[in-house]
Write a new protein. Structure first.
Length: 253
């Protein structure tokens, strides 16, 4: 009888151990994400993008490439585009007015350096916290990221709240999140995959797949995105489309 009770206690302990480990990893991660980012920061952010819409002779392709200097501190976010880039973008717009097929890499690249995208690169903790709010933990295992020991957490993501006609049009949704976490709950990298399909107005249908990969770093007390790459492809009644956008943040002393 005593042996049976001992075995039951041991079995319960073995089951509880991984659950406690998962809870510790998540609590440490959330604690890291909740820390305020107070340290000032200077950086250069570079972006490259490629988008294609349509097929064959109807294919339209657009490329973007630009860079911006940013400074985030007590006075807020300051953004500075080089004079040469501004002049190049203006020349591109003038050329496009004469020839609609003219390429606009500088202008398109600047368009992908919006305040919203810059904020996410400089302060990614808020977005990651929102992802975790709709994430259900599916697994945890020891792993590594770029040669560093890490814990790999795997999640299934619930469909985000939507409004308007798009919410009614979405019929199928599936998404996953993989998150590599280092010591003390510091996020090292994240990868999300999302698949959406639906139909609207009886004749309009669509399918869209996307994959985002984020590489995190720590500057003093501030979590930043050192690299962010987004890949999307879709098809539907209006044709095929694909896009890839990469942001790289280079810290300055």
């Amino acid at each position: 009888m005593l042996m049976t009770k001992s075995r039951c206690i041991l079995a319960a302990a073995l089951v509880a151990a991984p659950l406690a480990s998962q809870a510790d990893t998540l609590s440490e991660l959330r604690a890291q994400l909740a820390k305020p980012a107070l340290s000032p920061l200077k950086a250069t952010i570079e972006v490259k993008s490629l988008s294609r819409n349509g097929e064959g002779k109807d294919l339209e392709e657009s490329v973007g490439e630009a860079a911006v200097q940013v400074e985030d501190g007590p006075q807020g976010l300051r953004v500075a585009f080089a004079r040469e880039l501004l002049q190049k973008a203006e020349a591109e717009e003038q050329a496009k007015a004469a020839d609609p097929k003219s390429k606009t890499p500088a202008s398109s690249g600047m368009g992908r350096l919006s305040p919203a995208s810059l904020r996410e690169l400089l302060n990614p903790a808020a977005r990651l916290s929102r992802l975790l709010d709709r994430a259900k933990l599916k697994g945890e295992k020891a792993d590594s990221w770029q040669g560093k020991p890490a814990t790999l957490l795997s999640f299934e993501l619930e469909k985000p709240k939507m409004s308007g006609q798009f919410a009614d049009a979405v019929k199928k949704y599936a998404a996953t999140l993989e998150l590599w976490v280092g010591p003390q709950g510091l996020p090292l990298a994240a990868k999300t995959r999302e698949s959406v399909s639906g139909r609207a107005f009886l004749v309009f249908s669509f399918e869209q797949q996307s994959e985002d990969e984020h590489h995190y770093g720590l500057q003093a007390d501030r979590l930043v995105l050192l690299k962010s790459e987004s890949r999307n492809q879709g098809s539907g009644t209006v044709g095929k489309n694909e896009a890839r956008t990469t942001h790289v943040l280079k810290l300055q002393s």
